[in-house]
Design a protein around this ligand. Structure first.
Ligand SMILES: [Cu+2]
Length: 85
């Protein structure tokens, strides 16, 4: 289970975009998103870096939440903003 915090995920469109991005990397992945806490939980055989790259490509800033090291710095996003902005 990989958990990301995605602060710039703000609406249903964001959820759809992120889910699509993850499924592009791994079509068998299970994606659970909690909009109020900005959490994206992914059950996938793919590496965390692959999943986070896919989310970044979709235009968001995922922060990996790993048990060992807490949170890492957000990855640099492209200039594209969330669909709501
Ligand atoms: Cu949105």
């Amino acid at each position: 289970m990989t958990t990301f915090e995605v602060k710039d995920m703000t609406c249903g469109h964001c959820i759809k975009a992120i889910t699509q991005a993850v499924l592009t990397v791994d079509p068998t992945a299970k994606v659970q998103i909690d909009l109020s806490s900005h959490r994206v939980q992914i059950e996938s055989a793919s590496a965390e870096t692959e999943l986070s790259h896919a989310i970044v490509k979709a235009g968001y800033s995922p922060i990996a939440k790993t048990a060992e090291q807490g949170s890492s710095a957000p990855l640099k996003t492209t200039s594209r903003r969330c669909c709501c902005h």
